[in-house]
Design a protein around this ligand. Structure first.
Ligand code: SF4
Length: 436
């Protein structure tokens, strides 16, 4: 794992929403630290998403933002394609408690109206606002209100630079060995063009994105951008598809970049309810140790031929209940049997090992109950809540195993075990177990 790459931080939010820092760590004597008065350290990577409904449908939009905020979104973006959308923003901002980003394409006036309404950040694609003066107007309005801008590198260009072709050729030569060389050259050249406009206006509160649906291009593009531009990077694989495949694409690209210290805020995008984008984004950051986990971490076995309870249902129910009731980052293990369970559950604060229609529950290594399958969920939850209370009151400490877990006797206590099941599979009714 690499430490985060230093960037000039941006800040968004207000007294009502709280302020969020994205990026950070660029030394104050760096030319792009202009105007900053305090040194920063890189902020934890934030999770963003975007509402799926119409922004002008105020009640639904607010309800969706509340739902996404409750799921853990740090920042929520809304589309503002029409004037009725920007007209809805003051009411939406008044009713929500998370920084809101206005997503602007084509119409610079939507950006100006959003800024006037008080949004906390603008997403702008200079590539689809063709008049440079209009882009400059947006930059100046953001500067006046201290609002950062995310600059996206997409197709198209706002300004024909005089040396564009020679620069593209130069960059093309740099990336000639790369399978994405041409696209990388274009992206870097465009970013240089775009950022020049911002720098010329003395505007530096910028985040950059360079999304693609190709995960390998995303990795290459952000890696190159990170070397060249010390602005916070907004990572994402765009049009990633349905959750099932989009998840793999996003995790491969974003996980690789984040592990290399690249990326300051992320948006996973699915053709699905955006709540999954938030949940999976947070889980990715927890897994990489980029964010402190909130709530329980569930460890569960994949099951195999030794299983004698309905583990898949149990795991799903435990997961849902933990999400509802547990706020401290305890580890909970749900294991199908005792063969590999204890080793795999090692380090869990609460563990259950299932056997023949029953389970044994451990709390930090101490066996607390042997119960029938039908009672596992309730008892496990009760133990988790009790343990949570103890952690919160200081009586117990997370991750502190009091004693080693001694595997229960698979034949006796749990009434199962691999020998028994093996013999059953072979058609034996009587067990012959060699315990030597
Ligand atoms: S814990 Fe037991 S049931 Fe689960 S996968 Fe491992 S061996 Fe199979």
């Amino acid at each position: 794992m690499q430490p985060p790459s230093p960037t000039r931080p941006i800040f968004l939010g207000d007294d009502r929403t709280g302020r969020i820092q994205i990026g950070g760590g660029l030394p104050l004597d760096h030319p792009l630290s202009k105007g900053l008065t305090q040194a920063t350290i890189p902020a934890p990577v934030s999770v963003q998403t975007m509402t799926a409904g119409y922004t002008h449908d105020i009640d639904k939009c607010v309800a969706e933002i509340h739902k996404l905020t409750a799921a853990g979104a740090d920042i929520v973006r809304v589309a503002v394609p029409e004037k009725k959308d920007t007209e809805a923003l003051p009411e939406i901002l008044a009713q929500t408690t998370v920084p809101i980003v206005a997503d602007v394409h084509f119409h610079f006036k939507r950006a100006l109206e959003s800024i006037e309404a008080g949004v906390h950040k603008i997403r702008l694609n200079p590539g689809n606002i063709t008049d440079r003066k209009q882009v400059e107007e947006v930059i100046d309005a953001c500067k006046e209100k201290n609002i950062p801008i995310r600059v996206g590198v997409n197709e198209g260009s706002i300004i024909e630079r005089k040396d564009k072709q020679s620069r593209a050729k130069e960059l093309g030569a740099i990336f000639s060995e790369n399978k994405h060389g041409y696209m990388l050259a274009i992206m870097i050249a465009k970013l240089e063009e775009y950022l020049d406009i911002f720098y010329e206006r003395d505007f530096y509160d910028i985040a950059i994105s360079a999304k693609s649906m190709d995960a390998t291009l995303v990795i290459d593009a952000y890696t190159e951008i990170s070397k060249r531009f010390p602005h916070p990077l907004h990572l994402g694989v765009t049009h990633a598809g349905p959750k099932e495949t989009g998840c793999i694409r996003s995790v491969v690209a974003l996980g690789t970049l984040l592990a290399n210290g690249i990326g300051d805020t992320i948006r996973i995008s699915y053709a699905n309810d955006p709540i999954y984008e938030v949940e999976d984004g947070l889980e990715l950051l927890y897994t990489l140790g980029k964010r402190e986990r909130k709530g329980a971490e569930l460890i569960a076995c994949p099951t195999c031929g030794r299983i004698q309870v309905d583990l898949f249902t149990l795991v799903q129910e435990v997961n849902d209940k933990l999400n509802e009731d547990i706020t401290v980052p305890m580890k909970v293990a749900v294991m199908g049997c005792v063969v590999n369970g204890p080793g795999e559950a090692e380090g869990a604060d609460i563990a259950v090992f299932a056997g023949d229609r029953k389970g044994i529950i451990y709390v930090q290594g101490e066996k607390v109950a042997t119960i029938p399958e039908s009672d596992i969920l309730d008892r496990l939850l009760a133990e988790c809540k009790d343990f949570q209370s103890k952690v919160l009151s200081g009586e117990a400490k997370l991750g502190e195993k009091k004693v080693d877990i001694v595997p229960p006797d698979p034949e006796g206590e749990l009434g199962s075990g691999w020998e028994k099941m093996a013999s059953q599979r072979m058609g034996h009714t009587e067990l012959t177990i060699n315990k030597s």
